[in-house]
Every structure is written in C-alpha cells, then in structure tokens.
Ligand binder design. Structure first.
Ligand SMILES: Cc1ncc(COP(=O)(O)O)c(C=O)c1O
Length: 389
C-alpha cells in the first residue's frame, strides 16, 4: 500500500493534522495510574467546552454508533415511544437502533434531501405526548441535510417533558451546537469527523434531566454501555474498561487546536468552505442533492451529472488526483457523491476538490464549466479570514 498521503474529503474519517498525529507517538501509560487520571480529567473539561455543556461527558472506546447505543440503552424501557426524524440512511439506522433496545420508534418521515419542518415536529410531538424522547439526526450525512430547527426542538422537548437525544456524529465541532443552551439532553458524536482525530472514540453528553430517566429505568441491556458504571469510575478519573489511550493523546491535541481557533471561527470556516463547494458546483453546472435551506456545512452532496454513475466519478478522482469522496447510500445509490468538509479543511483542500470534480466529470463527457466553478469557489473562499490551513 502506498504511503502517499491522500486528501480525505470523505464524510469521515477526515484528514488528521500532523500535530494531532504526532501526539500519538508519546509512550503509553497505564489507564489506572495518576498520569491517565490527569489526562482524562483534562479531556473531559476540554470536550465539555467543545460541546458547550456543564453536564456530564463520557468518552467511549467505540465508533459513533457505540455512543448512540449508549444513549438509547440507558434511557429506553420496553415499549417506550421515541419520536425520530427519518430522512436518510443514518436516521433510518437510528430508528432501527431504538427498536433494538426495546423502544417503539414513532417515525417522522421526510423526503431524502429535505429536513422536516418545525410544524411537522410540533404536530408529531402533540400527537404523542407520552413519548419519552425525541431523537434527531442533526446532520443527515447520507444526504448532506441539517435540521436547522434544532434549537426550537430543544425548547419543545423542555415544554413537553421529553428528552432530546441528538446524533451529531457528522457535525459536532463543525457547526453550531451549544448543548446546554439548546436543551439537548444527550448529544453523541465520534472522533473521526469534525474533531479531526482518528476513528475509535465516541462521545456522549448527559443532562440532569436525562439522568433522572436513566436512574429510573428498569432494564439494563448492556454491560459495556452502562452509563451508571461509567459515572462511578469517572468520579475517580477513570473508565470502567480499557480506553484507547493513544487516541486520547490525539484527542487532547485536537481539542487544543479547536479551542485555540475558537468555536465561532471554526463554524464560520466550515460554513464558508461548504459554500465554496456549493457555489463552485453550481457555477460548473452540477446539481446539488439537498434543498437549499437545509444544506449542511460539513457534508456536500453533489449530483452526478447526466446520469453518470457516481462511482465512476469518484474512482477517477481517487486514482488520478488522490482525493477520496464518499459514495451514495440507500435510496440515493449511484446518483450522487458526498464531499466531507470537516475538521482542518481550508482553501487549498476546497480548490483542489472543486478542480478535481470539474476535470473528472469533463473527462467522463460532461461539459463542466471548470473555470467558472473555480472562480466561484475562489471568490467564496476569499471571505475566509486570515490563515486557513
Ligand atoms: C449521522 C451519522 N450517524 C451515525 C453514524 C455511524 O457512525 P460510526 O460509523 O462512527 O459508528 C454516522 C457515520 O458516518 C453518521 O454520519
């Protein structure tokens, strides 16, 4: 396998900055000793800043789904109704996971490429006042759609004494999500996306309101994902099971980078980079999959032109230009590809991406207006303040 660094414009995993990679070279430490305790306590405090929460934070050794399962297993009793928006592959999975833990998903479906409206949420919440929680995929990675009404959903859940559980796996750290201010009771994410850390860590924040439900729950269906056990260990600065210490070194460095940049600046950089992709694609003559008002700032879904198999476009770009994009999933299979705009992304990555898409689609027979696309992307990126990479 080649050791040449690829440009990962995937919707996860993303490019890990050299500073974060280097942090993993530190010697290992035992996870029951004082050095670990110091590191772990620092990490809890830094990740809470990134989540903007004063609630509890748990760092699990698993992919993002581990944190989703932790949230569901800890709040669900048999037959508990949980309302869930389904508008793509990952929200479909969330509905399935609710069932796996004995819950009864009440599905608010909407078209792929669109987000449900506040009124739709209001209607379903009103019709199901006995629902225990509302589960929302904030950023549907399979379609590049963000539920922009999340803040209002938090108010709604507070009014209805319902928990709000948010899958923020492909957005936290790349777009606004003040967990406490928006009344999010359980927020889950993963290391390999906007947190620009290698895959293997998952995160879950827990509010006081969520704890009340966790403590009153009758059934415990998992030993590994029992948050009450994590809570006991965390009080002494440890985890109940062996943590991925090397990844925690990386996370520590990544959190420093995130906090040095500052959350508002980071969100603005993601927004401008995403807009540059959208504007570049449209100027080039390519279509976008997501409706305009819900377009994600961390994943851009680009329609493959002239019914071209999107797999061919990606394969050409991968082999010729060394850039990886995400393919299409489920219902969108073959129709579009996905560009991840996550983590350390900046002008150079975006211009390279836009240029490669223009060149590859042209080579495959589409009359891409490459110059116009690059100009639109360049013009949009000129709004980025100062240093970008
Ligand atoms: C919104 C969303 N939810 C869940 C997942 C699953 O995460 P993981 O593969 O880290 O378990 C993903 C992965 O891309 C995702 O984007």
């Amino acid at each position: 396998m080649s050791e040449t660094q690829k440009l990962l414009m995937l919707p996860g995993p993303t490019n890990v900055p050299p500073r974060v990679m280097r942090a993993m070279l530190k010697p290992l430490i035992g996870h029951r000793g004082p050095e670990f305790k110091e590191l772990f306590n620092k990490l809890l405090s830094k990740t809470k800043k990134v989540f903007e929460t004063k609630g509890d934070m748990f760092i699990l050794t698993s992919s993002g789904t581990g944190a989703t399962e932790a949230a569901l297993q800890n709040i669900t009793d048999d037959g508990d109704k949980i309302i869930v928006n389904v508008n793509g592959f990952f929200s479909e999975r969330l509905g399935e996971a609710i069932k796996a833990y004995g819950g009864k998903p009440v599905i608010l479906g909407s078209e792929w490429g669109k987000a449900p409206r506040v009124e739709d949420f209001e209607k379903i919440v009103k019709a199901n006042p006995d629902a225990k929680a509302l589960a929302v995929v904030y950023n549907e990675t399979s379609t590049g759609v963000t539920v922009r009404a999340l803040e209002r959903l938090g108010e709604m859940c507070a009014e209805h004494d319902m928990l709000l559980m948010v899958d923020a796996i492909s957005i936290l750290g790349g777009d606004k999500l003040p967990v406490d201010d928006w009344n999010v009771d359980m927020c889950v994410t993963a290391s390999q996306k906007c947190l620009m850390t290698p895959p293997g860590l998952a995160f879950i924040s827990v509010s006081d309101k969520a704890w009340t439900k966790i403590k009153s729950k009758k059934i415990n269906r998992s030993y590994y994902l029992d948050l009450q056990m994590y809570q006991k260990y965390i009080q002494d600065g440890y985890t109940p099971f062996t943590p991925a210490v090397t990844l925690l070194y990386a996370l520590n460095e990544a959190c420093d980078m995130i906090l040095e940049e500052g959350l508002p600046a980071r969100y603005e950089r993601h927004r401008i980079c995403a807009e540059a992709v959208y504007n570049g694609m449209e100027a080039m003559g390519l279509g976008l999959y997501a409706e305009k008002e819900s377009r994600s700032h961390t994943v851009a879904a680009v329609n493959s032109p002239m019914g071209m198999d999107e797999g061919k476009v990606r394969e050409l770009i991968r082999t010729k230009y060394g850039i990886d994009f995400g393919g299409s999933l489920g219902k969108a299979k073959g129709k579009m590809f996905r560009v991840g705009i996550m983590g350390n992304v900046g002008s150079a990555d975006i211009m390279t991406t836009v240029g490669a898409i223009g060149s590859a689609t042209s080579e495959l027979g589409f009359k891409a207006k490459v110059d116009e696309g690059l100009e639109a992307a360049r013009e949009t990126l000129s709004r980025l303040p100062g240093k970008v990479n």
